[in-house]
Design a binder for this molecule. Structure first.
Ligand code: GTP
Ligand code: MG
Length: 473
């Protein structure tokens, strides 16, 4: 089986549904091999890079498909190698026949992410940009796309490199201090070593630690924009859950009637909450199911399951009936089990057009969101609150000096590693320790940051990372 790391000619269908399909090829000898199955071999071999050649892909004398070939010459291509993109007719038959012809000519099937892997190996992109390519391909909203594009343009790479350089300066000051006794250095070089045993440029290291902490915190927000969240609408029968579901969706998707127990099977739909992909679930009303109604019982079981896995629980109270003991019991149990950041509860007083919450209730539940699903009031406020809860704002937003944010778990884990070792190096208990115990910790933090961009070699981690990419990238 082939593995990453060679430069043999490879090919893959990169797009295909619709009028046109795209087959991407690249690697050493690509154009030479392709000329062997192309109706105008000389035109292909002699054209300059970044041009398009028209002709036919041939199987000996037989025409397979009429195509346009975009030609790239090294190093001016995505991967830095010679390459060619074949635009052929869409659907599956033409692309499949061309791929077969390419295989016969000597092309290998590309591995997932192999083009981007080669781009990295040839110094075209750092690892944060490579990862942003995948984020971009799987972005579900315009906002998620915009964030990935910023990283593709190198915003995160620059940020990490800046932080790493700052830490490298600290490390070299420490090493200098180790190599030469203090009296051999002039005062500018040792500036910052406040007391014996402390290391020079401690302040700069502390600043780096602060920057890394907010960088690590940014992952939660970026992940939210990429993966989205699940909001489950729950409550007693007839509270207006389906009405709220429809109102948030701006369409009549779920059946609404005045009969309690209307929704039995749960329904899911997706909306964009200011760019956050939000999956909304309408569920069967929570009550003791009738004994002779297994369908309702199963529906209620499913409601509970969904609530258990939700990022947000929108608990709807029927304002016309008020809060009863069952509502109170649910709210109390939800709050008791709530661990920070998980299954956050939002209390909604619905049917405010008929009944406003009494003062005593407002006092007991100061975070109540008052709305009318049928009348369409209070929904904006609800969306605002959902977003705030999910983003954990305003604390997170305020702390953020970072523009790019971390887009991948790998980046977050390495940032956390750098934080851990830096915290250890800066720990007050270590003040008395000799600097040669602290220097290796600083080196470890510098290397972890280097691994994020790929400056520090990461060996087979690269293969694991790229194998998660999609084919054709
Ligand atoms: N006045 C008023 N009536 C509402 C409002 N929201 C829902 N209703 C009514 O309340 C009744 C129940 O609404 P649904 O949305 O079906 O309630 P549900 O919680 O989904 O009920 P189940 O599916 O039975 O659990 C319907 O008659 C709705 O028209 C509201 O904001 N104001
Ligand atoms: Mg319903």
């Amino acid at each position: 089986m082939r593995t990453y790391g060679d430069d043999c000619p490879i090919a893959v269908q990169a797009a295909g549904q619709g009028a046109l399909a795209l087959i991407r090829t690249g690697g050493r000898g690509t154009l030479e091999l392709m000329a062997g199955i192309f109706s105008r071999p000389r035109a292909l071999l002699e054209c300059p890079g970044n041009t398009v050649v028209h002709g036919w892909i041939m199987d000996k004398q037989e025409k397979i498909d009429e195509v346009l070939i975009s030609v790239y010459r090294a190093p001016r291509s995505y991967t830095g190698e010679e390459g060619a993109d074949i635009s052929c007719h869409g659907g599956t038959a033409a692309a499949r026949a061309i791929l077969e012809a390419l295989r016969k000519a000597g092309f290998q099937d590309s591995l997932p992410g192999e083009f981007t892997f080669r781009a990295f190996m040839n110094g075209k992109m750092d690892l944060t940009r490579c990862e942003s390519v995948m984020e971009l391909v799987s972005a579900k909203t315009g906002e998620a796309l915009g964030r990935a594009v910023r990283r593709l343009a190198g915003a995160l790479e620059r940020e990490i490199k800046e932080i790493r350089n700052k830490l490298l300066e600290v490390l070299s000051a420490v090493e200098l201090y180790l190599d030469y006794p203090e009296d051999e250095l002039d005062s500018a070089e040792t500036a910052g070593a406040a007391e014996p045993g402390d290391f020079p440029r401690r302040e700069a290291a502390e600043e780096v630690l602060g920057q890394l902490r907010s960088l690590a915190a940014s992952y939660r927000r970026e992940h939210l924009y990429q993966e989205g969240a699940l909001a489950v609408i729950a409550g007693k029968p007839n509270a207006g859950k389906s009405s709220l579901f429809n109102a948030l969706l701006h369409e009549d998707r779920s059946i609404v009637t005045e009969i309690p127990g209307t929704t039995r099977d749960w329904i899911e739909a997706s909306i964009s909450l200011d760019g956050i992909p939000l999956r909304l679930a309408d569920t069967a009303g929570l009550r003791e199911p009738k004994e002779d109604d297994p369908a309702e019982a199963r529906g209620i079981e499913k409601s509970k399951e969904l609530i258990g896995g939700a990022d947000l629980v929108l608990y709807v109270i029927d304002g016309s009936a008020g809060i009863d003991s069952e509502d109170k019991a649910f709210i109390a149990s939800c709050r008791k089990n709530q661990s920070p950041g998980e299954g956050l509860l939002l209390l909604l007083w619905n049917k405010a057009d008929v009944a406003e919450p009494p003062k005593s209730i407002r006092k007991e539940y100061p975070d109540l969101t008052v709305l009318s699903a049928a009348g369409g009031t209070g929904l904006e406020e609800l969306c605002h609150r959902m977003k705030s809860l999910l983003m954990d704002t305003p604390a997170l937003e305020k702390e953020h000096y970072v523009s790019a944010g971390l887009g991948a778990r790998r980046q977050k884990e390495l940032t956390e590693k750098a934080i851990r070792v830096l915290e250890e190096a800066l720990h007050p208990a270590r003040r008395e320790e000799p600097l040669d115990l602290i220097a290796p910790l600083l080196r470890e933090a510098v290397d972890a940051l280097g691994e994020i961009t790929g400056e520090v070699s990461t060996g087979d981690i690269l293969e694991i990372m790229f194998s998660r990419f999609c084919l054709g990238k």
